[in-house]
Write a protein that binds this ligand. Structure first.
Ligand code: FAD
Length: 454
């Protein structure tokens, strides 16, 4: 197409954009990608990856304690925050470099500046002023942490973006929010020795997750020493002369902390992107409205990942980007199936979940058979740790199909990834039953549950 400078212009070099750019270039398309921050996006730079490394760091606290029951003496462990922070930052830099190499290797032209949409086929690079004519534009700009609803004095708090760079480990931390990001950081910092309070306006944590897991995780977090204040709305934050942040709530005592992490939600990154000028339809929170093929209301503009606010997870963004690239340039159109997507919450204990919760399945009109198991993990018998694993299977009584599997406990994320294969294949409870157990393991319970919950 002589008319166009490139076949594809991708805005945002995060999970979805990078995958779409590389695959499209592999199909022979001339591709340019713009990134206004660091290559790699949220997951690599300020999301999944550094977060999971923090989670690993935090769990050593339990390991040191548990070791004693098995005969080890490890002295008094101590933790050095700058060592962890800097090691994680270095790893993030390494990974960002790999993402860059991947793009360069695929011959994708990289522009490290902000891009805005000027029309259905036109993108402008803000710093250089360069205007690019593109046959296709892919919006993969992700999301940003939103202080929502706005809190008076909210600027005294930090978002998950800043938590990775704290100059020192705070003594007291207030986490505002009850979603997975809020709870993961609460869990991490508690184990690193910080006094953590979680303040959430809902009456329980993790809205949308399986009820039986929500209740058990809540209790486990309290048991780990986190103070939970539920049903509490924050009114304002003020700074005291000694630097302390004081959060005032609609009910109850104010809370003092050295750091206030506001993790009340994320919003699609479309502000000032120029999409409205090009005629792209946006949804109520600014998300790009797309069809199953990630096509927006403008035929030449597609969008993938968090900016579409479908399922805001890295593997989903990657797969949507891949489907777009194959469909637009590879001659093999396909669409991501959003029905069965496993996910984890990397608190300690962690959650692994796939498919419908019992509540969702019930609301959808299924007649259900529910199986559950709760037990003490083998390791805890000798370590003495007060810990239980909980598993729930949600089965369609009519077809015997496994609708959902939900796990709270050690390695739940790892286990659920494998279970998700079976659920994606349409496994039935009978398939689980005829699967031979692997002993001794926690996961064997998944194939040995025989009694329907009454
Ligand atoms: P992003 O990865 O956010 O990439 C968008 C990119 O676009 C960014 O680099 C941004 O700088 C750039 N950009 C935006 N506007 C412009 C512009 N105008 N011009 C140029 N560049 C622009 N997901 C999981 O699956 N597992 C997890 O454990 C997990 N943990 C998370 C923990 C945290 C703390 C957070 C915040 C998120 C986590 N996520 C996790 C979610 C995951 O990070 C996102 O779903 C994923 O990164 C979305 O990818 P994306 O391509 O849509 O956007």
């Amino acid at each position: 197409m002589a008319d166009f400078d490139v076949d594809l212009f991708v805005i945002g070099a995060g999970s979805g954009g990078t995958r779409a750019a590389r695959i499209s270039a592999g199909h022979g398309a001339r591709v340019m990608i713009a990134e206004e921050d660091r290559i790699g996006g949220t997951c690599v730079i300020r999301g999944c990856v550094p977060k999971k490394l923090f989670v690993y760091a935090s769990r050593f606290a339990d390991e040191f304690e548990d070791a004693a029951g098995f005969g080890w003496s490890v002295g008094t462990p101590s933790f050095d925050w700058p060592t962890l922070r800097d090691a994680v930052a270095n790893e993030v830099t390494r990974l960002s470099g790999l993402y860059r190499k991947g793009l360069e290797g695929a011959k994708v032209a990289i522009r490290e500046e902000r891009a805005v949409v000027e029309g259905p086929n036109t993108v402008r690079l803000q710093k250089s002023g360069e205007t690019i004519r593109a046959r296709h534009i892919l919006v993969a700009t992700g999301g940003y942490p939103a202080f929502d609803p706005p809190i008076s004095g909210g600027e005294l708090g930090i978002s998950s973006n800043e938590i990775f760079h704290l100059p020192s480990l705070p003594r007291r931390m207030l986490v505002v929010g009850g979603g997975y990001i809020a709870l993961e950081f609460a869990s991490v910092f508690r184990r690193l020795g910080v006094e953590v309070t979680v303040l959430h306006r809902g009456d329980n944590i993790l809205r949308g997750f399986e009820e039986d897991l929500r209740v058990r995780l809540r209790d486990a977090l309290v048991h780990a020493g986190i103070t939970l204040r539920l049903g509490c709305t924050i009114d304002r934050i003020e700074q005291l002369p000694d630097g302390t942040r004081r959060a005032h709530c609609a009910t109850g005592e104010p809370i003092d902390a050295d750091v206030v992490l506001v993790a009340t939600g994320r919003r699609p990154n479309t502000v000032g992107l120029g999409l409205e000028n090009a005629g792209v339809k946006l949804g109520p929170i600014g998300q790009v409205m797309v069809d199953a093929n990630s096509a927006s209301s403008v035929p030449s503009i597609h969008a993938v990942g968090d900016v579409t606010n479908r399922i805001n997870l890295t593997p989903v963004a990657i797969r949507e980007g891949h489907a777009f690239a194959d469909s637009a340039f590879g001659g093999k159109p396909w669409a991501m199936d959003h029905h069965v997507v496993a996910s984890a919450v990397f608190t300690t204990p962690e959650i692994g979940t796939v498919g419908l919760t019992e509540q969702q399945a019930f609301a959808a009109g299924y007649e259900l058979r529910v199986f559950e198991a709760g037990f003490r993990p083998m390791k805890a018998t000798i370590s003495g740790r007060q810990e239980r694993i909980y598993m729930k299977l949600v089965v369609d009584a009519k077809t015997d199909r496994m609708l959902g599997v939900h796990i709270l406990g050690h390695d739940a994320g790892e286990i659920i990834q494998a279970v998700a294969i079976a659920v994606t294949m349409g496994a039935t409870k009978a398939d689980f039953d005829r699967t031979v157990a692997l002993h001794p393991s926690a996961a064997e319970e998944l194939v040995t549950m025989r009694t329907v919950r009454q």
